[in-house]
Design a protein around this ligand. Structure first.
Ligand code: AMP
Length: 177
């Protein structure tokens, strides 16, 4: 299928949930895309295609929907997978960072020994909103002296200007609203 048509089809398979988890937020529910085997594969293939020759050492994936996408991308690239999790979930010593969400404040953690200096890292999450989450995760990676090669999203909510927050970084998003 022609790429533009495919992306349109993927876009149309995402479900809007108004007022979730809070009034005023339109939640982009990707489970309607993920449950379709062909669409899931095509979405992942589009991301993998972009990075297959980029010598990525590690994919960092953000809890929880980022795990679903990040781990298959890492597998296809032959890269390691590193989870970034909500506070208190990781068992070993961690670095942590506070971040602001479109709907609240929280902190994220990554194991101290997950990233080696000069590791070439691709960060994967499901959705770019204000960019606060991704910005925080990039900080964590750079604290470990990793190189953030690019950040990749399935969805970008352009009207929230997350790109401005991530200024200076290479950003890829497959589906734009
Ligand atoms: P932000 O830090 O504002 O860019 O928010 C991005 C994070 O919050 C991602 O991990 C998303 O999963 C989640 N998120 C924010 N807004 C939405 C939304 N409208 N629909 C689905 N997920 C969202």
């Amino acid at each position: 299928m022609e790429r533009e048509k495919l992306i349109e089809e993927l876009k149309n398979s995402i479900r809007d949930i108004p007022d979730f988890p809070k009034k005023g937020i339109i939640f982009k529910d990707i489970t309607t895309l993920l449950k379709d085997g062909r669409k899931f594969r095509e979405a992942i293939d589009c991301i993998v295609e972009r990075y297959k020759d980029k010598k990525i050492d590690k994919v960092v994936a953000i809890e929880a929907r980022g795990f679903i996408l990040g781990s298959v991308v890492a597998y296809q690239l032959g890269a390691g997978i590193v989870p970034v999790r909500k506070k208190g979930k990781l068992p070993y010593e961690t670095n942590s960072v506070e971040y602001e969400l479109e709907y609240g404040k929280d902190s994220l953690e990554m194991h101290k020994d997950a990233i080696k200096p000069d590791d070439k890292v691709l960060v994967v999450d499901d959705l770019l909103a204000t960019g606060g989450t991704m910005n925080a995760v990039c900080d964590l990676i750079e604290r470990s002296k990793g190189e953030v090669a690019e950040v990749a999203f399935l969805i970008e909510l352009g009207f929230l200007k997350g790109r401005d927050r991530l200024k200076g970084r290479k950003i890829f998003s497959l589906i734009k609203f």
